[in-house]
Design a protein around this ligand. Structure first.
Ligand SMILES: Nc1ncnc2c1ncn2[C@@H]1O[C@H](COP(=O)(O)OP(=O)(O)OP(=O)(O)O)[C@@H](O)[C@H]1O
Ligand SMILES: [Mg+2]
Length: 362
């Protein structure tokens, strides 16, 4: 094995999950999940609490046995292999450092487990400390470190034996917002440098959007969508994904009109033209449109219009809440300059590019 050094690019291991199912008695934690992660790719498992993220990670690591399906790492079927033979680095939410050991002893622990000692162990620990920018901290007790520093030690401990696959479960969950954002970029840079494949669990959408090459959005033990951040954000494949990632207005109505489809807003006479190719079959549906894609227009010339009920100033932008039908309030986030002269109670038109609205069956 080579000692890790900062200029070394290891080869990440691809991960192939096929037909994965995990039940705990009557609870089905994971349903028929297929997931391919390429070598060196950074994949985020993103979803609400209880959606099955940790369960998937634990079956990759080997701490949980699948009820059905298989796990492949680096082209090898590891479904029945014990965790210590999978060569995986792991980082968890609570750093789980050994409090009675120094920083260097903590980082060197996985090497001791692998019977690597002496000068080689020292070189590797030094290199791992440098990677996480903690040179000179080796002799400190872990209790003398800040939360961010402790999380870096946990990261160094996972990287010290240069694993081709790193699994992380909400590793930044215990940190405050600023530190979390700083560490997100740091982990991402580090991953790119060492070349390891990463599967990263988070329920924080901005974390997933910032860090991941691809995001698997989970709900109810199933992958709802798997794709690059842009695709997930711009083309959500169902209403759950549209609602979970970013801000979205949902408007209930009906699709009608065949070749020239329109969306008729429930509880009003208003109809909005739809992009013919993206429109679902006629019937009850839900239109989803992001607030930042809506402009305010002349109510007379706009397909959709309503009454301005609320305006919330947010610095450069203003969130205008416009009631368009019985109960439906649409929020447009517009540049502050576009909201000058708009008053509560005014009629306002709401305008967007037809192809930016998504319509899902209800
Ligand atoms: N050991 C267990 N016994 C019974 N049910 C379990 C067990 N572990 C997990 N579950 C259930 O499986 C489902 C998925 O849990 P999991 O921990 O994978 O969710 P998660 O997405 O990681 O959630 P969180 O964001 O809260 O960590 C939940 O309904 C959970 O209650
Ligand atoms: Mg979890």
């Amino acid at each position: 094995m080579n000692a890790i050094s900062t200029d070394m690019v290891a080869t990440g291991a691809p991960v192939a999950i096929r037909g994965l199912e995990k039940r705990y008695g009557a609870v089905v934690a994971v349903h028929q999940v297929d997931l391919e992660v390429k070598a060196g790719e950074f994949v985020a498992l993103l979803g609400p609490s209880g959606s099955g993220k940790t369960t998937i990670l634990m079956t990759i690591a080997g701490f949980e046995t699948p009820t059905a399906g298989s796990i492949g790492i680096g082209g090898r079927d590891v479904t029945v292999l014990p965790p210590n033979r999978r060569n995986i680095g792991m980082v968890f939410q609570r750093y789980a450092l050994f409090p009675h050991m120094t920083v260097a002893e903590n980082i060197g622990f996985p090497l001791r487990m692998r019977k690597i000692g002496g000068a080689e162990a020292r070189t590797r620990v030094e290199a791992a400390l440098a990677m996480v920018r903690l040179e000179g901290y080796g002799d400190r007790r872990t209790s003398q470190l800040s939360g961010g520093q402790q999380q870096r030690v946990a990261l160094a401990r996972a990287l010290v034996y240069n694993p081709p696959l790193l699994l992380m479960d909400e590793p930044l969950g215990a940190l405050d917002k600023n530190l979390r954002e700083e560490m997100q970029l740091e982990i991402k840079r580090l991953q790119q440098r060492v070349g390891a494949t990463v599967v990263y669990v988070t329920h924080d959408q901005s974390e997933a959007l910032t860090m991941a090459d691809r995001i698997a959005v989970m709900d109810g033990g199933r992958i709802q969508q798997y794709g690059p951040p842009r695709e997930i954000y711009d083309s959500p494949s169902n209403a759950f994904v549209a609602g979970f990632i970013g801000e979205t207005n949902f408007i209930d109505g009906h699709v009608a009109g065949g070749a020239k489809p329109v969306f008729a807003v429930d509880g009003s006479e208003q109809k909005v033209a739809l992009e013919a190719s993206g429109a679902p079959r006629e019937g009850p549906s839900r239109l989803a449109i992001r607030p930042e894609l809506i402009r305010l227009g002349d109510p007379a010339g706009s397909e959709l219009s309503g009454t301005v009920e609320e305006m919330i100033y947010g610095g450069g932008t203003v969130a205008c809440h416009v009631r368009v039908g019985n109960g439906a309030v649409v929020m447009a986030r517009v540049p502050a300059a576009d909201a000058i002269g708009v008053r509560l109670g005014d009629r306002a038109g709401l305008v967007w590019q037809a192809d930016r609205a998504k319509v899902f069956p209800r």
